[in-house]
Design a protein around this ligand. Structure first.
Ligand code: AMP
Length: 397
């Protein structure tokens, strides 16, 4: 069966059509600038040339129609008709406490996702728009919601409560939820599989290091802690997000710089992280590593600070799980960055990890970085959230 995986943002829609038997990606693409002037669809069919279609997309329903047209196009398409799409799997950002696993979408699920929008005002409404647009264009095709927060719902209360008045949890459900759950789930399972072991027998720390970044502690197959919180702002220093800091900084800067809370929120989400720390140099680790190699001290300090935060989280999760068997690195930086690996790996020597420096240069493939016989296995496991969504969608059917 072919499963269409959709990741819908407020003005964009990413998609992959996956054959669930072979798990091959038949086509993937991106509709951008939906509802804005200059809309464009970029469609990449497997084994054929990429093509772009520039045409107004006033709303997501038009975007979905154009995706279906691209998938079924005589020249650029990969299927002959809509009937070859067996199901749609949607990435939905916030499932709150309601959803601890993926579900098939019906009216009541849509209502729940809408109600959870107060916890993810930028994401859940966009996800819902994508769901409605697919329902309009593909009536009768089953749709599934796969939540970014679901995998973390096994966290114990001591890991997800903030030290705030309890009434805020009771009234507003203010607590830590965590994100990137589909990736943490996929990578921890795959890491065990690569080593020929069962995740249920292992303590695994997954470091999802991309433009957004989070770490999770997966104890015998269940997430027991993760670094993102109520929103994706908590935890690691990220591309443009600050991660953890003293909450008093918020007021201090608002007052000194005469910023509104909304403007300060933009600073913390879009202008901080490695971009801000490097004095505005770049949020991209390729640029930062090149600059550091060429003697830029601010870039080197930024990378050191980034890696120190990652190492501190790993250290705390080893204590939380009372041990660790596997540390798995994933996402753009985790899968590729030599500059980050050279700064991060020395922290693991304390755990009895030895490694060959040359191996740290290999990029983008499944790879064990630590030497055989190391007490802890450090490995690269490329993430594949779309495949994980397709698998979960299939399971629900
Ligand atoms: P993601 O959000 O998972 O797509 O990761 C994006 C980030 O990965 C980019 O901002 C880059 O900093 C980083 N990245 C991607 N490719 C490389 C590479 N070859 N070397 C270093 N960093 C990379």
């Amino acid at each position: 069966m072919n499963i269409l995986v959709i990741n819908c943002g407020s003005s964009s829609l990413k998609y992959q059509l996956i054959d669930s038997e072979s798990e091959n990606v038949l086509a993937k693409g991106l509709a951008e600038r939906i509802g804005i002037e200059g809309s464009v669809l970029t469609h990449s069919p497997a084994g054929k040339d990429k093509f772009t279609r520039q045409e107004p997309m006033p709303d997501h329903s038009v975007a979905v129609r154009m995706v279906i047209e691209a998938l079924t196009d005589k020249e650029h398409g990969v299927i002959s008709s809509l009937s070859e799409i067996g199901a749609v799997g949607h990435r939905v950002v916030h499932g709150g406490e309601k959803f601890d696993h993926a579900v098939l979408i019906n009216d009541s699920v849509m209502k729940d996702i809408e109600e959870l929008s107060s916890l993810a005002p930028l994401h859940n409404p966009a996800n819902l728009i994508g769901i409605r647009a697919c329902a309009e264009n593909m009536p009768g095709v089953p749709q599934a919601a796969v939540f970014d927060t679901a995998f973390h719902q096994t966290m114990p209360k001591k890991a997800y409560m903030y030290g705030l008045p309890y009434e805020f949890y009771e009234k507003y459900k203010i607590r830590r939820y965590g994100f990137h759950g589909t990736s943490h789930d996929y990578v921890s399972a795959r890491a065990a599989e690569i080593l020929g072991k069962d995740r249920k027998d292992l303590k695994i720390i997954v470091c999802h290091l991309g433009n957004g970044g989070s770490i999770s502690a997966v104890d015998h197959g269940k997430c027991v802690d993760t670094s993102m919180g109520l929103t994706p702002l908590e935890g690691l220093i990220m591309g443009t997000r600050s991660g953890d800091m003293d909450p008093a900084v918020f007021d201090f800067i608002c007052e000194k710089e005469n910023l509104s809370p909304a403007e300060m929120n933009t600073v913390l989400n879009k202008k901080s992280g490695v971009l801000g720390l490097s004095g505005g140099l770049s949020s991209d680790f390729r640029d930062l590593c090149d600059a550091a190699d060429n003697g830029n001290e601010l870039a080197a300090m930024t990378l050191d600070t980034y890696c120190y935060r990652v190492a501190k989280y790993i250290g705390s999760y080893i204590m939380a799980m009372q041990g660790v068997d596997i540390i798995a690195l994933t996402a753009g930086i985790g899968e590729n960055s030599y500059g980050v690996r050279t700064r991060l790996m020395p922290y693991f020597k304390y755990l009895g990890v030895s490694y060959d420096e040359e191996k740290l240069k290999i990029r983008g493939e499944e790879l064990v970085l630590s030497d055989p016989g190391s007490k802890v296995t450090v490995m690269i496991v490329p993430t594949n959230e779309e495949l994980a969504i397709a698998r979960q969608t299939l399971e629900l059917l």
